[in-house]
Design a protein around this ligand. Structure first.
Ligand code: INI
Length: 157
């Protein structure tokens, strides 16, 4: 029989840092609200949740690195919204954020969750922030809990 490991969705005792970008705050605030709501529903204590605001998605990896390296958090959740219609350098901002976030996770071993929307339009972004296409903030919070709990089994410190 295989030994199967799976991270539970019980957030009790987990310490989580949310790194949120202020660009397109009308979207990122919805992502944040959904993530905070889901963390609370899953048992993460309010006092164990830290929110760090950064100017834009491009700055998310830097702050995520500080948080992930600090030893203070079991998971880091990155929330942002890069919308193509508004920038000629969409690829650089979105690609920089995605690549940077991945790097931080790989370098530190701390789960760093990608909750950055990359869409063509404002409508698409809003529909993924609690509209008809679900809630990326809530999904990111669940992924953060699951990965932190899986890490405890796979890489106990
Ligand atoms: N930052 C975003 O988070 N979303 C965007 O859509 C965006 N646009 O459109 O340019 C954006 N740009 C700012 C960027 O993230 C940096 O904050 C800025 O370049 C300073 O480094």
């Amino acid at each position: 029989m295989s030994r199967v490991l799976e991270g539970s969705l019980d957030g009790a005792g987990l310490r989580v840092c949310l790194v949120v970008s202020r660009w397109n705050e009308f979207v990122t605030r919805k992502l944040l609200e959904g993530a905070e709501r889901m963390l609370r529903e899953r048992g993460v204590a309010d006092g164990d949740v830290t929110v760090a605001w950064v100017p834009g998605a491009f700055e998310i990896p830097t702050a995520a690195k500080w948080a992930a390296s600090s030893g203070q958090f079991d998971s880091v959740i990155c929330l942002g919204a890069v919308i193509r219609g508004e920038t000629a350098h969409f690829e650089y901002v979105a690609g920089g954020a995605a690549e940077g976030i991945r790097e931080v996770a790989m370098e530190t071993g701390v789960p760093v969750i990608f909750g950055v929307l990359t869409t063509d339009t404002v409508e698409q972004a809003l529909s993924r922030a609690g509209g008809k296409d679900g809630h990326k903030g809530e999904e990111a919070a669940q992924a953060a809990i699951e990965m932190a709990n899986l890490r405890r089994q796979l890489a106990p410190s």
